[in-house]
Design a protein around this ligand. Structure first.
Ligand SMILES: Nc1ncnc2c1ncn2[C@@H]1O[C@H](COP(=O)(O)OP(=O)(O)OP(=O)(O)O)[C@@H](O)[C@H]1O
Ligand SMILES: [Mg+2]
Length: 257
């Protein structure tokens, strides 16, 4: 299996607060990794360092075997133009979908392809329809976001990220803001992507998804990887007290229909 994302001894501090304390993580092509951890453990910060929405304080990130940035006198330097290019290779979906309300679903999915990738509108439209089809929303292409349910909006946000042809997708609690009955359709879309071989790093509290879909689960605690392993083993039989306590507060491993 070829490695797609590698994080090496990654540290991130905000002022005097050290949020990530030396993370090592390799994600192979086609792998789905779930990050678990309580609030404030550094899950979002880790995703944001992988796509350089935050600059790591120390350590390296490699995408497809290539280090991001260049080392100058023992310190990593990052050029904004390189980071912009990098971000186009990494799709990210957030808890809040941030669709443009004045644009149709189709225009929302086309926008980044045109402004960031410089695609022509015919190509962008074609790619958008392929991805809207993939998330089951082709028939909503001409609707405005206000006419969609939260679950549908989130699937549009996923289609928008996919339309950029990313090498890896990062999901940060994408179902947390949804009504419970809408969570299932978004997880189903994510499961389908995983089955199709998309490389994904997902922060989620949906243990059913972690159990049934992830290839690997990492439990982050106070900025470090506290435990990791195969979901069926780790979730049923955590080795540390800290992870047992975390899991005790969570619901069953059932995947919503
Ligand atoms: N831009 C920032 N400036 C200062 N502190 C920050 C910043 N971003 C995050 N932090 C702090 O870093 C710590 C980890 O935050 P992070 O958002 O990564 O946690 P998380 O595991 O994603 O939590 P949650 O489950 O609540 O989303 C928190 O203490 C947070 O307050
Ligand atoms: Mg978070």
């Amino acid at each position: 299996m070829s490695e797609l994302v590698r994080v090496e001894k990654l540290h991130k501090s905000f002022g005097r607060l050290e949020v990530l304390k030396g993370i090592d993580l390799t994600v192979n092509a086609g792998e789905t990794v779930v990050l678990l951890g309580s609030s404030g453990s550094g899950k979002s910060t880790l995703l944001r360092c992988i796509n350089f929405m935050e600059t790591p304080t120390k350590g390296r990130v490699y995408l497809n075997g290539e280090a991001v940035g260049t080392e100058v006198g023992g310190k990593m330097r990052y050029k904004e133009t390189d980071l912009c290019k990098l971000r186009t290779r990494i799709g990210m979906v957030f808890q809040h979908f941030n669709l443009f309300p004045h644009m149709t679903v189709l225009q929302n999915v086309m926008e980044g392809q045109i402004t960031v990738l410089g695609r022509g509108s015919d190509e962008a439209k074609e790619k958008s329809m392929v991805q809207l089809e993939r998330v089951g929303l082709a028939e909503k292409a001409e609707e405005f976001p206000s006419r969609l349910s939260g679950g549908q909006k989130q699937r549009v946000a996923i289609a928008r990220a996919l339309a950029m042809d990313p090498e890896v997708m990062l999901f940060d609690e994408v179902t947390s803001a949804l009504d419970p009955e809408l969570v299932g359709e978004v997880l189903k879309t994510m499961r389908q992507l995983a089955d199709e071989g998309m490389t994904m790093i997902c922060v989620t509290h949906e243990l059913g998804f972690a159990y049934h879909v992830a290839h690997r689960v990492l439990f982050l605690n106070e900025g470090a990887i506290h435990e990791e392993g195969e979901p069926q083993k780790l979730l049923k039989n955590p080795q540390t007290q800290r992870m047992r306590e975390f899991l005790d507060g969570h619901a069953l491993f059932k995947l919503p229909e």
